[in-house]
Design a protein around this ligand. Structure first.
Ligand SMILES: [Zn+2]
Length: 231
């Protein structure tokens, strides 16, 4: 089952890339963020991690700016994206952010991430996961801007996965982001790692979705852009 889902996503993502072969040398005068997988993951450095976070934020803001402009709306970026290390170091409203997490906080309109956890995941899974993670949290910021409050947490979460897929797929198609060969596998592994355990009630508080629900939501957005995300 698990292998089938990974194979599905990998084929889907590779098919997505295959429709639009990207040149070796980007002809685009705009800076193109490139996820790099030419080095083994174990050699990824804090500097590279910091660059990827910054780059993911820049590409996400460029993407959502374009989406809002197309709809004649003004876009206000998320106020801040920053790291933390200890539980209670950052509060969202009155709630301390726990370790091993990343979150968008609507009360302060910021994204914060446990830097040690995120760097660990980055080392294990690879840099494409950082784009997914930032893309997912940024999507929560966009939901807040659009006044979207779904009835159940899981609907909010799967929509954010879809929006993250649209952000990555559309940015790759617009050559703002270049996915390397290993990146699609990294994303599949990343989504496997963040799925809920089987048996989690779908309406449970805090539920994000099983691995295959999350992969499906992400893949729909990646392939079909925001029209798949029910905004
Ligand atoms: Zn979320």
């Amino acid at each position: 089952m698990r292998a089938r889902v990974v194979a599905f996503l990998t084929v889907l993502l590779l098919a997505g890339c295959g429709r639009l072969p990207l040149p070796e040398e980007p002809a685009d005068p705009q800076p193109t963020a490139t996820t790099s997988s030419d080095e083994p993951d174990g050699t990824d450095t804090p500097e590279e991690f910091a660059r990827d976070i910054k780059s993911a934020q820049t590409v996400a803001e460029r993407y959502w700016q374009g989406v809002f402009e197309q709809q004649g709306k003004r876009f206000q970026p998320v106020s801040e994206v920053f790291p933390y290390e200890r539980e209670g170091e950052v509060n969202c409203g009155r709630d301390p952010l726990p370790r091993n997490n990343a979150a968008y906080c609507s009360a302060g309109d910021f994204i914060a991430y446990d830097v040690n956890w995120a760097f660990g995941v980055f080392g294990q899974i690879g840099d494409a996961f950082i784009y997914y993670l930032l893309g997912h949290e940024y999507a929560h910021g966009i939901q807040a801007r659009l006044g979207i409050q779904q009835q159940f947490t899981i609907q909010q979460e799967l929509q954010a996965d879809c929006m993250a897929g649209a952000f990555i797929g559309d940015s790759a198609r617009a050559r703002q982001l270049r996915l390397d060969k290993g990146d699609t596998d990294e994303l599949a592994r990343g989504l496997q790692a963040v799925g809920d355990d089987p048996g989690q009630p779908w309406f449970a508080e805090g539920a994000h979705g099983t691995a295959d629900q999350r992969i499906n939501a992400f893949a729909n957005g990646y392939q079909d852009s925001l029209k798949a995300c029910d905004l």
